[in-house]
Design a protein around this ligand. Sequence first.
Ligand code: HAM
Length: 426
Amino acid sequence: MVEIQAVRGMNDVLPDEAATWQRVECALLEIFGLYGYREVRFPVLEKTELFSRSIGAETDIVAKEMYTFADRNGDSLTLRPEGTASCVRLGLQHGLFHKHQQRLWYMGPMFRHERPQHGRYRQFHQAGAEAFGWEGPDIDAELIILTARIWRRLGVEGTNLQLNSLGDADTRQAYRKRLVDYLAPLRGELDTDSQRRLHSNPLRILDSKHPGTQAVLAEAPMLRDHLDRASGRHFEELCRCLERCGIEYEINPRLVRGLDYYSRTVFEWVSGELGAQGTVCAGGRYDALVEQLGGRQPVPAAGFAVGLERLVELLTQRGDAVSTQLDVYVVVLGESARSAAMQSAEQLRDRGFRVQQHCGDGGAKSQFKRADKSGAQVAVVLGEEEACTHRATVKPLRRDVPQFSIGQDQLASALSEFFEPKSKGN
Ligand code: HAM
């Protein structure tokens, strides 16, 4: 029979990798808490309309990449390609925005049917933060400063912040026309994707990496030169806050982002160490989205999402992968020692030691080999003699210290003196 493989572009996380994921997730959880963001969880499936109405029907995500299907009732459902739309839906449905400001975060898998390559997957994970109810640039700055703390906490270096402002809706509308007027006569020099976008989503052409298109764009009008005054001031104040907090940035006038809901601030953190898929985190302001999805009042909002695969990759590349080290490997020699060994192992776990007990058959030699391979600091040996005398032998595996014998009831205290347990127990 042919083995069944995972779906293309959807990854397993193996035991050796999971510890690094946990480290990233714990750091994020802690940092979101530091800034007063509270967790929300929403389903992986939503009504398709939620995404087409928010991300935009002409975007790549909605036009080409969504996992959409009719469920048994014939309703069109979609596996969430991102979290912002669901977060807004959740807030509206549960009245969270009614006279309230909200700082929310979420974490979990997202799905896009993109062409899989290194750093780009069909199931990937995001951790996102969304702030609802603040109009000023201070919240934009807070979100960016929070992300900078994530990099610091995890020791990630060399991510560069790119920043731009898309202005208000009128600015974008007017700029769109200016851009199309400029590009239309040069259509033949654009790449095919950009030609297609010329009338459907012309701002996205600014993002094109194609050299011919880039050359055409060199002389194109810049959105920043036509920014409305209020957006200009908003952006200047954001830059001032970032400078004051020591966050370096680069203004990238070509940064427009691939989702339609943005207004004013957009930003991306880009790493040079990830190849073509270097954006580790991206976000911006989306002041019109709540109303667009049925909110009765306008609720200004801003947020970002970090791509967890890319962040884990950065840590792994730096050799920062975390290992799941054990504290104790319990070696069991003889059947009569088994129950005493199980009891001792439980007592050690109560005190916070990470303990793996040898299960099944196996002689002393093979058990010590496994103990060594397990990464444990010590082997605790329980044989028939130890079982009768209520003692255990402690054999240090990583330090050049002789083994010693100890009463089973003193084992945990003796080990605590020997080294710190990895966790708090219970
Ligand atoms: P996005 O730029 O589509 O924005 O995705 C955010 C991040 O998710 C990217 O920078 C990248 O790290 C990661 N990512 C996206 N697609 C993939 C993929 N196929 N494989 C691996 N990683 C990927 C959003 O999703 C917005 N919802 C962000 C936001 C939140 N804006 C405001 N609030």
